[in-house]
Write a protein that binds this ligand. Sequence first.
Ligand SMILES: *Cc1c(COP(=O)(O)O)cnc(C)c1O
Length: 390
Amino acid sequence: MTHNREVLLLTPGPTPIHPRALAALQWPMLSHMDAEVLAFNDLVMDNLKTLYNSDPGAFPCLLSGTGSLGMEAGLVNLIEPGDRILVVVNGVFGERQADMARRLGAEVHEVTFTAGMPVEVEQVARMAERLRPKLLATVHGETSTGVLNPVAELGEVASRVGALYLVDAVTTVGMLPFDMAAWGIDYAYTGSQKCLSAPPGVAPVAFSRRAMEVIEKRSTPVASWYCDVQQMRSYWVGGESGKNYHHTIPVQLHWATGEAIRATLEEGIAARAVRVHALGDAALRALETVGFRAFVPRPYRLPTVLALTLPDDFEDGRVRHQLRHDYGISITGGLGATTGRIWRLGLMGENARTANYLRLMEALAEIFVAPHLLRLFEESLMVDSHPTPG
Ligand SMILES: *Cc1c(COP(=O)(O)O)cnc(C)c1O
């Protein structure tokens, strides 16, 4: 039995649970209609508006499911059968958006870029101008490749062609600046277990005021009863007769996610971004000396998922197995087109702590018989103008 042994998660989700989220899991079990739960939900909505920088008329809430439910809820509410939509694809999660939209009966067009390569905004713009889609969908940080996509520029494209704009914020919101209102985003979603470091099972999402207006004017009912945002709003915000039962929310996960959001806002996004950059840069500098290389060039590198091309003749499976079994450290290889080609080190939420990366560097220094790794990592952190907290 190994399930009692502590394992350090340096995967790009799930991430180690924040101590305050862990403590909140032990708060009392209450009914989903209890006044304390409803008041907590109000606080969560306020904090989500801050987290997403959404417009004052936006509707944020927690969905009972993982990040993929967040993806599906946005699409199912905003798409009606036959709608033309354009999805920007440069990895697994863009493909997932297109797959979901197709299942909803949309006319789906994809503008595809090679895994690991950046999105070319001009190419998206040309296609959007030709197609005039009802909705433009993209992923901010493509976890499968470690690429950061230009969501602000793509937002300008969406606004130019009058399209709704849906953004996957799973690897970015809570760790890097995210500005729903300024970037013209109509729907954004994440998962509790990524940058917020809560347990998996809850999807914090936000609909813009414009998104809610479009949904109110739908000519067909939302294809999913469970994800119908107007029903959801009748629980979270309520109507004239107060707040209504929709489904039994996972109360403990709400406590934990609500606390994780609060801890995120108290630390501040600027401070969180600093520790991500400092740790990622130091880890890369150290690992380059044993043959790893950055998979993605700096201008479009996603800071929260460090994608590393493997050294020549590297026994990927054996080393990751050794890390997991001998050192209790879990890291992830590639996904989709990057399978077998890269490692992906998570720098989201509680991943991105100095102590965690010291532990990884210590282990790799032993495995590679390269004691300088650790020293180089520590020196790189020290010369960084912003020392890393934690
Ligand atoms: C993890 C992830 C998802 C899906 O989240 P699940 O919680 O696994 O359903 C969606 N998009 C991106 C970019 C992700 O990293």
